[in-house]
Write a protein that binds this ligand. Structure first.
Ligand code: GUN
Length: 281
């Protein structure tokens, strides 16, 4: 049996029309939502990500500001820009694209962003609020994954969820959101012994490792929901995820494609977080 696809482009389109409606309502009250994006350095991947974020804002009626700096920008200068944007009333959401050049302390930068403008949800205050069950901003990728599960009416409560990958950006907050929704959650990492023994038990399998084909068909429980957060290139240079899609789709009940799965949802949830920040103001 071939799995059903969870179409991130289609779901994004639906969610973005709601974002546009809410942005227009705020704009009509003279409170157009605003997002500032800071990019330091010339990483081609980061350039694409920030361009897509700014374009998505424009398409949804959200004011956006993109500040690009050379890779040799000092940490002090970056912190000064963050401070200014923290105090800018036109800016409701502020993010610094990661990774940062090695001479800049990433944690220091994240903690400098006002927690109530931290639309990435990376600030320790927001991580703590999420962990204690009172989230302010949910990190965009895991938030998008939860929306995907909602879109198929998946009964998360009581399900076995396995998250492969334990990053601060995806794996850890994903586990928290699934736990909060009532799943029994296992977090696997690069040191996990016998990964397959865990993944085979998953009703919901979220894979976020950055390693192509880390999940193969024999590692998936028949009928499981498989969510692929990976973004890699195959030998032909084509975009692919962390899951062996061609074979896993014959076993899974639902699966997300790459591209067109989680990717568009991440930016969509950034827009949602920006709107939520503006509405709270
Ligand atoms: N780099 C990769 N993903 C992200 C993200 O979600 N936010 C930021 N700020 N940087 C990233």
């Amino acid at each position: 049996m071939a799995a059903k696809l969870i179409d991130g482009n289609l779901l994004s389109k639906q969610l973005r029309s709601d974002v546009a409606r809410r942005a227009a309502a705020l704009t009509a009250q003279g409170r157009q939502p605003g997002l500032a994006v800071i990019l330091v350095g010339e990483s081609p991947a980061s350039q694409v990500y920030v361009r897509n974020k700014v374009k998505a804002c424009e398409d949804s009626g959200i004011h956006s500001v993109l500040e690009k700096y050379d890779a040799d920008l000092s940490e002090a200068a970056l912190l000064a820009r963050i401070d200014a944007l923290n105090h800018d009333p036109k800016i409701n959401g502020l993010l610094v694209q990661l990774p940062l050049p090695p001479h800049i302390d990433t944690n220091k930068v994240i903690e400098a962003i006002a927690a109530d403008k931290d639309v990435d949800g990376f600030h320790v205050n927001n991580a703590g609020l999420l962990m204690t069950g009172q989230p302010l901003f949910r990190p965009c990728t895991p938030y998008g994954v939860m929306k995907m599960l909602e879109s198929i009416d998946y009964p998360v409560r009581g399900a076995n969820a396995v998250v492969v990958g334990a990053s601060n950006i995806v794996g850890k907050p994903q586990a928290m959101l699934l736990l909060q929704a009532g799943a029994t959650v296992t977090i696997c990492n690069s040191k996990t012994r016998d990964l397959a023994s865990h993944t085979r038990n998953a009703d919901i399998l979220v894979v976020a490792t950055g390693r192509r084909n880390i999940v193969t068909a024999d590692m998936v429980k028949p009928g499981a929901v498989v969510i692929d957060v990976g973004m890699n290139r195959d030998d032909q240079g084509k975009l692919c995820g962390d899951v062996d899609f061609a074979n896993v789709k014959e076993v899974a009940g639902y699966i997300t494609p790459v591209p067109g799965g989680v990717g568009p949802m991440t930016i969509t949830m950034l827009l949602v977080n920006t709107i939520e920040a503006a509405e709270r103001n």
